[in-house]
Design a protein around this ligand. Structure first.
Ligand code: SF4
Length: 395
């Protein structure tokens, strides 16, 4: 039969690019045109003459006439998938990972205002983190694992369109959505789309998802920003309590499930948490390219410690730390997730600045093995020592 196929092949007017053994499944041969009037319609068949595969045909052009090839398998298998995609447009169920209770609620509201059907994943729990850890490489960033767990649970809850931020930056965040999509497909979740949202494609992507004009999208994004700003402005400097500055990786600093509600615990121990990591600052810097003039001198000094761009919030954290110290902060907590590249890089600089300025600092590393009781003990001791220090200064 193979010999017969070869003979058929020889009679073709021009060589089929698949005249070798099919790369997908050995033993599969291209035997030429299917006999229809369209001289560029090709079939790929197995040794028994059954149509077998056409996976690579979608993007292949005839070497002689430059026409695009197609085949019956392509029409039967690939095209229906594209039709599925069109159908999904009507029935999209959007989901995205948690990033703190309030921020998540604000983002959800905005997506709903754009007419999208949003289903949040179940709240992040130990089970969510375990799913992410089980399906990620050991040394991958902790936020990647948590958000992967969120996505698995969102898909189980019926979501079919997932959104993930794409930083377009220097660290792994720009690759999260690609690796997560790959992992989810390997786990057997087929019927979903995952969009990496970045400053370049945000309008195009949401136009596709919502079919709203750029103007309407702009108005909604503006409302989203305003609502976030209102939330961020609730963080104030206290006059009658010790102020504890928080710097670090954005996800771990903003999501109270991941950081075990560190801000609430600081308040409970009688101090004021002053979290410098805010989504509005992040939007200003990464989407709008805005850097407040008041921070220019800190930013310049922070940049001086490094050899160029660092990714994540490394430089912003040093800049925020310098500003906190200038404003008389009583203590600083540096929160970083396991294996975070920018945050581990800035660690020695943070230690150096705090030591030189005699600012007490506490480092909290977040991963799946962190113990809440251990965190509470360290935090309580840290705050007590700061209170005693402050009291001693005033006597
Ligand atoms: S900032 Fe850190 S945790 Fe976040 S993606 Fe980059 S390396 Fe990973």
């Amino acid at each position: 039969m193979k010999e017969e196929n070869r003979n058929k092949e020889n009679k073709l007017e021009h060589l089929c690019p698949f005249d070798e053994v099919c790369p997908v499944d050995s033993g599969v041969y291209v035997v030429g045109r299917d006999g229809s009037d369209d001289s560029h319609l090709w079939n790929v068949t197995d040794a028994d003459g059954n149509i077998a595969c056409g996976i690579f045909i979608d993007d292949t052009k005839c070497e002689v006439c430059r026409e695009r090839y197609t085949c019956k398998i392509y029409q039967e298998l690939v095209k229906p998938e594209k039709e599925y995609s069109k159908k999904m447009k009507l029935e999209r169920i959007i989901s995205f990972p948690y990033i703190g209770r309030e921020y998540t609620g604000i983002i959800k509201k905005s997506l709903e205002n754009l007419g999208l059907n949003v289903v949040l994943p179940p709240k992040t729990t130990d089970k969510t983190i375990k799913i992410g850890v089980k399906n990620s490489s050991d040394m991958m960033c902790h936020p990647y694992k948590v958000t992967l767990g969120n996505f698995v649970e969102a898909l189980e809850n019926g979501a079919n369109t997932l959104l993930m931020y794409d930083s377009l930056g220097q660290c792994r965040l720009r690759h999260y959505h690609k690796i997560q999509e790959f992992t989810l497909k390997n786990l057997g979740y087929d019927n979903f789309e995952l969009y990496g949202i970045n400053r370049k494609n945000i309008f195009k992507t949401f136009k596709k998802l919502t079919n709203k004009s750029r103007f309407k999208l702009f108005l909604e994004f503006y409302n989203l920003y305003k609502n976030m700003k209102e939330k961020d402005e609730k963080r104030v400097w206290a006059k009658d309590k010790s102020n504890i500055g928080i710097i670090g990786e954005i996800f771990s600093c903003c999501d109270e499930t991941v950081n075990y509600g560190i801000e609430g615990k600081i308040e409970r121990y009688g101090a004021n948490p002053y979290n410098t990591v805010r989504l509005t600052d992040f939007i200003n810097r990464n989407f709008l390219g805005l850097h407040p003039a008041s921070e220019k001198k800190y930013r310049k000094k922070a940049k001086g410690y490094f050899n160029g761009k660092l990714g994540g919030h490394g430089i912003e954290n040093i800049s925020n730390l310098l500003k906190l110290i200038d404003n008389g902060i009583d203590g600083v907590i540096h929160i970083l997730p396991l294996s975070c590249m920018p945050e581990t890089t800035v660690e020695p600089i943070i230690d150096y600045i705090c030591r030189n300025s005699r600012t007490p600092s506490l480092r909290v590393t977040i991963d799946e093995n962190i113990s809440e009781a251990n965190l509470e003990t360290r935090l309580e001791t840290f705050i007590e020592l700061i209170k005693i220090r402050k009291w001693k200064k005033h006597i």
